[in-house]
Design a binder for this molecule. Structure first.
Ligand SMILES: NC(=O)c1ccc[n+]([C@@H]2O[C@H](COP(=O)([O-])OP(=O)(O)OC[C@H]3O[C@@H](n4cnc5c(N)ncnc54)[C@H](OP(=O)(O)O)[C@@H]3O)[C@@H](O)[C@H]2O)c1
Length: 327
């Protein structure tokens, strides 16, 4: 089969379309003919050699796909050849054929294209897990979502709002903030021009948001602690802005009874990811069919131009998901 491969770890120019062995299906896996694959930040780290796949998983980049089931592995009970599915994988998405555990494969909601479905799984699973499983966001509460125009940010904004919560976001440009507000964010904070701590406090009559979804880390850590409300919850999903925090006032955690968490989806057990997939499917997929939720697709790029897809993401140019069209 054809796949996007790496000459060696490094920049986007190291990626090329080449030949790779087809996946060998394990117990309860199905083989998907990939029509589209989502691009994730993690792929750019893997490309640089900074984020190796878990042991035993495909070395090929790509954490989510949409396509058609073309073969069933041993022990499959719920899938059929011809099913149109999307879902997360632990690797191997940038390929013509990809193996996915059938418990992670969701039916593509009616009316959605492969190129849209390929941008749904990673960001909506991550957002659902962060907001509801980890932070216990309730209707009426405020959530601050950093990198609001990112793939995960656009998903989190929509889910939080659909759950009756109030959303504020940070982003680095007015165009990105306008896109976030169109998705339901009540407050947009341009972090390049405004202090998000002061802006978030102002929007909440000084109380601060109950929940923060953070991808930035670094000096945001202390500022997030300052921003959170009493009994606030925060989950860290990435450290785009730096993996170390210099000056942290731990008394804020005690005094405000804060819960500070971190998570990575890829390292979770299959059973956890399957339960999360089932919960997302049951709670939110009907709203995609009704058009009340939608994947925000920044761009669809032919997969032989995968390098330009990575360049676009690394230049922070995207609002929502970048998709590779595979054919
Ligand atoms: N832990 C998990 O389970 C999990 C799962 C999925 C994704 N993630 C991580 O979550 C993050 C978001 O993923 P994604 O694919 O949705 O990202 P994305 O679409 O690539 O967006 C990331 C955005 O972050 C903003 N940003 C970059 N550097 C920044 C900085 N120094 N300070 C403030 N903002 C900055 C940029 O927007 P602006 O122009 O607004 O600055 C950028 O577009 C990634 O780091 C990804 O690896 C984690």
């Amino acid at each position: 089969m054809q796949a996007i491969l790496l000459r060696e770890f490094g920049g986007p120019e190291q990626m090329y379309l080449g030949e790779a062995p087809e996946p060998v299906l394990k117990e309860r896996e199905v083989l998907v003919k990939v029509k589209a694959a989502g691009v994730n930040r993690a792929d750019t780290l893997q490309r640089k050699g900074l984020y190796p796949p878990p042991p035993g998983e495909s070395e090929i980049m790509g954490l989510e796909v949409a396509g058609e089931v073309v073969a069933l592995g041993p022990g499959c009970t719920r899938s059929q050849v011809g099913d149109k599915v999307f879902g997360i994988v632990s690797g191997g998405g940038y390929a013509e054929l990809c193996a996915i555990d059938e418990s992670l494969a969701m039916p593509i909601p009616e009316g959605l294209e492969f190129s849209q479905a390929a941008g749904m799984a990673e960001v909506f699973l991550t957002a659902h897990q962060a907001l509801f499983w980890l932070c216990g966001l309730e209707a009426g509460e405020w959530a601050l979502i950093h990198a609001g125009a990112s793939g995960v940010g656009t998903a989190a904004t929509q889910l939080a709002r659909a759950a009756g919560a109030k959303v504020m976001v940070t982003a680095g440009s007015e165009a990105k903030l306008a896109a976030c507000q169109a998705l339901g964010a009540r407050v947009g904070i341009n972090y390049k021009q405004q202090d998000f701590v002061a802006a978030a406090k102002k929007a909440t009559n000084d109380a601060g948001p109950a929940v923060i979804i953070d991808f930035i880390g670094g000096d945001y850590f202390q500022r997030n602690l300052e921003t959170l409300a009493l009994d606030g919850r925060m989950v860290m999903l990435a450290t785009i802005g730096g993996g170390e925090a210099e000056k942290v006032n731990l008394r804020l955690i005690l005094g405000k009874r804060l819960k500070v968490m971190g998570s990575t989806l890829r390292s979770r057990t299959l059973a956890y990811r399957a339960e999360l997939t089932a919960d997302l499917s049951q709670r939110w997929l009907p709203l995609f069919t009704q058009g009340k939720l939608r994947p925000v697709i920044d761009s669809v790029i032919p997969w032989d131009q995968a390098a330009s897809a990575h360049e676009r993401m690394e230049a922070n140019l995207n609002t929502g998901k970048i998709i590779l069209a595979v054919d």
